[in-house]
Design a protein around this ligand. Structure first.
Ligand code: P6P
Length: 333
């Protein structure tokens, strides 16, 4: 059985250090509860026939899997008991879910409840990605709506991800260091296993779906080829790509490197969503010494104009992200 600092104890240390009221700790503990519930669902999905497609598609136009619905329901149910959360912006919901009776909640939650769910029926890694914003003062008392969410990632108060892999990990920052916790399933408790994570420089992997090459512009094609031919200034890189953003970013956070989802001819704004994928991960990685850009701007400086806005994403070691930017050149329209 694991021992050491638990996730809840770390939340309260963060709270004591910042003199916070405890509301944020409560929200983070609720996310941890949802993560443990979802980890259990994922482990049993194969036995209880919860894999596979529902036959519907979501606001993203993507095929919905049973576990996508289950994960979103778990998040909504768990957050129903967190009156400090006024509303949820979820990948699975077209509009903001305004929490009944929580109009005075101090925070709003952005979340991709089960990122990479396409991996579920091949037993691949998946993740939950989340971000917590403070509501604008003037909106307190009103039902949450999209206006609460149109904030740049730099204004996040906390962000992180849960990784459902061979082990279940909870990796987050509340504005300070990035800490990683591993779930001891036997007692349902997350224990600190990766304190104060700093992303390595000059090592690691590059992650990109090279099957999209025919849809990239020339600069993108040449930039990726430079990494592939081991000719970037960053030195030799192995290629690793899992189809689950949280899993690829986790590898890069621990070993260094860069994840890329460039714009394509069919998706000129990129595939990944700013509010509940790119910005929370950019906030986290920046607190581990890394960087994230859309190819022109720091992800953290982009103020969304809509809930499901997409941007290109290049995220990882600062030196690698700078090299991507150099190779893409400044003059991108
Ligand atoms: P592609 C999963 O669908 C996801 O949103 C991310 O988790 C992942 O990084 C990306 O899309 C994979 O997209 O087009 O390479 O299959």
């Amino acid at each position: 059985m694991a021992t050491g600092l638990t996730l809840s104890e770390q939340f309260f240390r963060d709270q004591a250090a910042s003199g916070a009221s405890g509301d944020l700790s409560t929200v983070l503990n609720r996310i941890s509860l949802a993560a443990r519930m979802l980890a259990s669902e994922i482990m049993r999905a194969g036995f209880v026939g919860k894999l596979g497609l529902t036959g519907d598609s979501n606001v993203q136009g993507e095929q919905v899997r049973q576990l996508d619905i289950i994960s979103n329901d778990i998040v909504s149910q768990v957050m129903d008991h967190a009156p400090m959360i006024a509303g949820i912006g979820s990948e699975e919901l077209e509009d903001v879910y305004a929490m009944p009776g929580s109009e005075h909640g101090k925070y709003v939650l952005t979340i991709d409840p089960l990122d990479g769910s396409g991996n579920v029926d091949v037993d691949g890694a998946m993740g939950t990605i989340f971000g917590i914003y403070r509501r604008p003062e003037e909106r307190s008392g009103l039902p949450a709506d999209v206006a609460d969410f149109l904030q740049p990632g730099r204004d996040l108060v906390a962000a992180g991800y849960v990784l459902y892999g061979p082990s279940t990990m909870f990796v987050y920052t509340a504005g300070g260091s990035v800490h990683g916790f591993t779930l001891d399933r036997s007692i349902g408790t997350f224990f600190l296993t990766h304190p104060s994570i700093r992303i390595p420089e000059g090592a690691g992997t590059y992650a990109v779906n090279e099957a999209n090459e025919s849809e990239w512009d020339d600069r993108t094609r040449d930039m990726v080829a430079t990494f592939r031919r081991q000719q970037s200034r960053c030195g030799p890189r192995q290629a690793r790509y899992s189809g689950a953003l949280a899993a690829d970013v986790h590898r890069i956070l621990l070993r260094g490197g860069v994840f890329m989802y460039p714009p394509t001819s069919s998706r000129p704004e990129g595939k990944l969503r700013l509010l509940y994928e790119n910005a929370p991960l950019a906030f986290l990685i920046s607190h581990a010494g890394g960087a994230a850009t859309d190819g022109r701007r720091d992800i953290l400086d982009i103020t969304p104009t809509e809930l499901h806005q997409r941007t290109p994403l290049y995220i990882g070691s600062s030196g690698d992200v700078a090299e991507v930017q150099r190779l893409l050149g400044p003059g991108r329209d």
